[in-house]
Design a protein around this ligand. Structure first.
Ligand code: AMP
Ligand code: MG
Length: 471
């Protein structure tokens, strides 16, 4: 069973203050015609001490963005650049979002409340700064599903319908509008560092590295890593470790993010910013989520390579403040870390005790073959083979020395697994769109949380739970 987030007091801490002058711009939220709460994530409001808010208070803070007590007096839209589909774009930044608040969680780690759809900013270009309600619903579904599958993801904290009409090329328009709040450890992106390189802001980059290492600490580099005492190298190792684990979590979840641009890469390795994502209907490395990804750059099977490439861009940026060798040494660890993370996460989802990377990697290959040949989805595969006992043929051979993990949860003896295929996503949306029926969404969230509970504790890599000391 998974431990539920523990209730804690509200503990504001605006650590970003020290960087705010050059990291972003103070902005005002949009003035929406209505603020109707559609989703409040009380499960995750508890550990940040906000579950006690009345609905009126919730709408005031997360729909109208009245500041939380002792928190940022004004929202901060963050500046960044990024490679979008490998083309460098200096013209981005929080164009429809901002950092609304910072606070400590029950584990002592610093968290951000960031928005999507909260209005225009200096970085909106021609955009309206808004988010469609369907986009917000899709983000709830993606984050709840990924969390239940053990991935390191931002949490969708709040969705409030805002009563505007939006015009979009990829949705029937006018489309309903919403403002979303997400909870995650930092909103510092690889693109944030890329911007500081482009502007040659050496001192700011040093300050940003210090901020990341202080507030989002991770494991130290290996003993033999060159330059392992330098701040930039330490950060690089941490980001490589987290990205390798993130890539593995996508592959084990059967998830295609769709837009793995460097501005969508949180340095804490938390997956976020869910647009055209899909789950695999069957095991297919070439499966592509975004209709505009014509070359299949971010296809399912190319995600590990995409994240490695993104780490490379962080290394390029960090060259502003350090030598190449320590950065290259960190980058070179990616492949091995990725293999180990896949092995660990695969065994976790399958419900068997790991036996070492070499053996586990062979098991993964046997599972992939079984999925390909059986033309079944990862969800169906893992559910049918939970604990390894039902396997036949080559897969049974690969599993013969594996001990089953705990599968006593009632979820495992149910009729069918939870999945998140596009047909179901569209059906959940259609119920809301056509009949204002929110029942299917809420039942789905409940079922996903039940699945999360059945899977148990998230399979963290060693050392990654490093928390900030609670002062
Ligand atoms: P995304 O694809 O959501 O990661 O967005 C890429 C960039 O486009 C970011 O700088 C966003 O802030 C910006 N953007 C996306 N949609 C809008 C919008 N409706 N209004 C303003 N900016 C937007
Ligand atoms: Mg983005």
């Amino acid at each position: 069973m998974r431990a539920e987030p523990q209730a804690a007091d509200y503990r504001p801490e605006t650590a970003i203050d020290a960087l705010a002058e050059w990291l972003g711009a103070r902005v005002a939220p949009a003035d929406f015609p209505k603020t109707q709460i559609r989703f409040r994530n009380d499960r995750w409001a508890k550990p940040v001490g906000l579950a006690h808010l009345s609905d009126e208070e919730w709408a005031a803070h997360f729909g109208r963005f009245e500041p939380l007590p002792d928190n940022l007096p004004e929202p901060l839209a963050l500046k960044y650049h990024g490679h979008q589909f490998r083309a460098y774009n200096p013209d981005i930044g929080d164009g429809r979002g901002f950092l609304a608040a910072q606070l400590r969680g029950s584990d002592g780690r610093l968290l951000d409340l960031g928005t999507k759809g909260s209005g225009q900013t200096p970085y909106s270009r021609n955009g309206d700064g808004r988010l469609t309600l369907k986009g917000a619903i899709r983000e709830i579904l993606a984050t709840e599903m990924l969390e239940a599958l053990g991935a390191n993801t931002s949490k969708t904290f709040s969705v409030i319908e805002t009563g505007e009409q939006l015009w979009r090329d990829d949705e029937p328009s006018p489309a309903r509008s919403a403002v979303m709040v997400r909870l995650s450890h930092s909103h510092i992106r690889i693109g944030t560092f890329q911007r500081l390189l482009a502007m040659e802001e050496t001192e700011h980059m040093e300050a940003l590295i210090t901020y990341c290492l202080t507030h989002f600490p991770g494991p130290q580099p290996p003993e033999d890593a060159p330059g392992r005492d330098e701040a930039a190298a330490i950060l690089m190792h941490q980001v490589v470790e987290r990205m390798a684990d993130l890539a593995a979590s996508y592959m084990v979840a059967g998830f295609v993010h769709g837009v793995l641009n460097t501005d969508n890469m949180n340095i804490t390795g938390e997956s976020f910013d869910y647009g055209p994502w899909r789950w695999l209907p069957k095991w297919d490395p070439s499966f592509t989520a975004a209709y505009f990804d014509h070359g299949g750059l971010y296809a399912f099977g190319r995600q590990p390579e995409a994240l490695h490439w993104n780490c490379g861009q962080l290394a390029v940026a960090l060259r502003l403040v350090t030598d190449a060798d320590p950065l290259i040494a960190a980058l070179n660890r990616y492949g091995e870390l990725y293999m180990a993370a896949v092995a660990r996460r695969w065994c976790w989802r399958l419900g068997v005790e790991p036996r070492g990377v070499e053996s586990d990697t062979q098991l993964v290959a046997a599972c992939e073959k079984a999925m390909r040949e059986g033309k079944i989805s990862p969800d169906a595969f893992f559910f049918a083979n939970r604990g390894g006992g039902n396997a036949v043929g080559d897969l049974a051979d690969a599993l013969k020395n594996y001990a089953p993990a705990d599968s006593s949860h009632a979820y495992w003896s149910g009729d069918a697994p939870q999945s998140m295929l596009i047909e179901e996503v569209e059906a959940i949306w259609a119920a809301i769109d056509e009949g204002d029926d929110w029942g299917p969404l809420h039942s789905k969230i409940e079922a996903l949380r039940e699945m999360g509970s059945a899977h148990g504790e998230r399979p963290e890599p060693t050392g990654h739970q490093t928390a900030n000391p609670i002062e």
